[in-house]
Design a protein around this ligand. Structure first.
Ligand SMILES: Cc1cc2nc3c(=O)[nH]c(=O)nc-3n(C[C@H](O)[C@H](O)[C@H](O)COP(=O)(O)OP(=O)(O)OC[C@H]3O[C@@H](n4cnc5c(N)ncnc54)[C@H](O)[C@@H]3O)c2cc1C
Ligand code: FES
Length: 427
């Protein structure tokens, strides 16, 4: 019987490209199974699975019908601080045209174009959707206010977009938003046990996954690891506690790296220290889970490396960085001048009618463009958002890191590429 169910589920998945076909096949299958007096528990499991697939088919259709090209205006309906320190603020966004918005996959992000006073160009930044699926015509993003990095010179400006949101974007204001995007998202059809790992504000995409799993009453085994400094920086406290209380199959593990005297172990947090693979080994039954990770670069580097060493296959380790550098690289090794002995390539920016030399000390194509005054669009500067996607009229490029989604041949993401040959770029 198990084989029958697997075969039938497989058929259902294939047929699910059409909602009607999926509905038809599901009801025929369900009738057949009942008529043969199959085990009720298995039938219930099968029904659950079919219902997830049908919902996904519906969501895909709604996504196609409701998505938009370019920017769309959204009104900030509500602002809510998510932590006692008020470092993370959620913004609830309603479409200004009051029409429906497309559903998104938990883990995806929105891209904002912000007219920040004093900036020569609109500032583009990505923020993960931080809630579960869209029930109403609403999205939510949760933004951490960024100060200058520790040890930065005293005149270093704070984060542009995050401070603009916190200090200037009020309820009733309008913001311009690109449609949900991103390749880091929960596989909603999978029934495998899943581990969600969030560090600092990197909890946003994994909380979206957690909320989705909870609200769809998934019966997968679910673990949620969240690392933060202490109770003052602990975001979405109630939301996470309530989910754990109400769902026996969802386990949360909260790690505080610097708990204060008022932080209660066993109530506010479970572990003193960082979220690492040792902690996971102590909690999980095995390494046979699908992992989704988002957090600060050192945490991500350590966790992904240690998971691999633990024997977790690469395809089960999904991660997203919020961008290694949201500001232009200021490294002294990257300049606008080629090194005399470095290998060089000619790069032509065809629209800007400019030809320059690139050498290995000159950074990415985006940095080369900016250093030469070419108006190149950018957002995450980390290969995630697609804002810098540029047609490659001639030549080939090397990717310095793995893009969220590799562009089609004939185009490239300038923020994470360097020339491999002489190039002509359509900027
Ligand atoms: C896919 C994706 C999803 C994301 N989701 C979220 C999310 O859900 N929530 C969230 O809060 N963020 C998220 N981010 C990060 C977000 O997009 C921004 O990168 C973040 O808010 C910082 O942007 P900013 O404009 O405030 O800071 P920036 O202006 O880009 O500055 C970043 C840092 O550099 C410092 N800095 C500025 N100038 C200099 C200088 N000259 N020298 C040295 N340091 C300098 C600033 O003080 C600041 O600390 C996400 C990013 C990506 C790519
Ligand atoms: S700027 Fe986001 S992908 Fe290049």
């Amino acid at each position: 019987m198990a084989t029958t169910i697997i075969i039938v589920s497989g058929l259902l998945i294939i047929a699910a490209t059409s909602l009607q076909a999926a509905v038809g096949l599901y009801s025929i299958t369900a009738r057949t199974l009942s008529a043969n007096r199959f085990d009720r528990a298995r039938l219930a499991l099968f029904k659950d699975r079919a219902s997830v697939i049908l919902k996904r088919v519906e969501a895909d259709r709604a996504k196609l019908e409701l998505t938009w090209n370019g920017k769309r205006k959204f009104r900030v309906a509500r602002r809510v601080y998510e932590d006692p320190n008020k470092d993370i603020c959620s913004f609830y966004l309603h479409p200004h045209d009051n029409k429906q918005v497309p559903p998104f996959f938990p883990g995806q992000f929105l891209t904002f174009e912000l007219p920040i006073p004093g900036q020569a160009q609109p500032v583009i930044r990505c923020y993960s959707l931080s809630d579960g699926p869209v029930e109403e015509a609403q999205y939510r993003v949760s933004i951490k206010k960024l100060g200058p990095p520790p040890k930065a010179p005293a005149d270093t400006p704070p984060g542009l977009s995050s401070n603009f949101f916190h200090d200037n974007v009020q309820e009733g204001d309008i913001v311009e938003v690109f449609a949900p995007a991103g390749e880091f998202y929960l596989n909603q059809e999978s029934v495998r046990p899943v581990v969600l790992i969030g560090g600092g504000v990197g909890l946003t995409p994994v909380v979206s996954m957690l909320n989705w799993l909870a609200s769809t009453h998934s019966n997968r085994e679910i673990w949620f690891f969240y690392g933060t400094r202490n109770r003052n920086e602990h975001a979405m406290y109630e939301n996470i506690q309530q989910i754990e209380r109400e769902h026996p199959n969802i386990n949360t593990v909260i790690a505080y790296s610097q708990p204060s005297d008022t932080c209660k172990e066993g109530v506010d947090y479970d572990h003193k220290g960082f979220v690492g693979v040792d902690l996971m080994k102590a909690k999980l039954r095995s390494n046979n889970y699908v992992f989704y990770i988002c957090g600060p670069p050192p945490m991500m580097d350590m966790v992904t490396k240690d998971l691999e060493e633990w024997g977790v296959p690469e395809e089960d380790i999904n991660f997203e960085a919020f961008g290694p550098a949201t500001v232009k690289k200021t490294s002294s090794t990257d300049t606008a001048e080629p090194d005399a002995d470095a290998e060089t390539f000619d790069v032509e920016f065809s629209r800007s009618k400019l030809k320059v030399k690139w050498a290995a000390n000159m950074g990415t194509l985006l940095e080369l463009a900016e250093a030469n005054g070419v108006k190149a669009r950018s957002g995450c500067r980390a290969g995630n958002c697609g804002t810098c996607l540029t047609a490659l009229k001639q030549g080939d490029v090397d990717y310095l890191s793995k893009p969220g989604k590799k562009p089609e041949a004939g185009s490239c993401l300038t923020c994470i590429t360097r020339p491999k040959s002489n190039l002509v770029l359509d900027i």
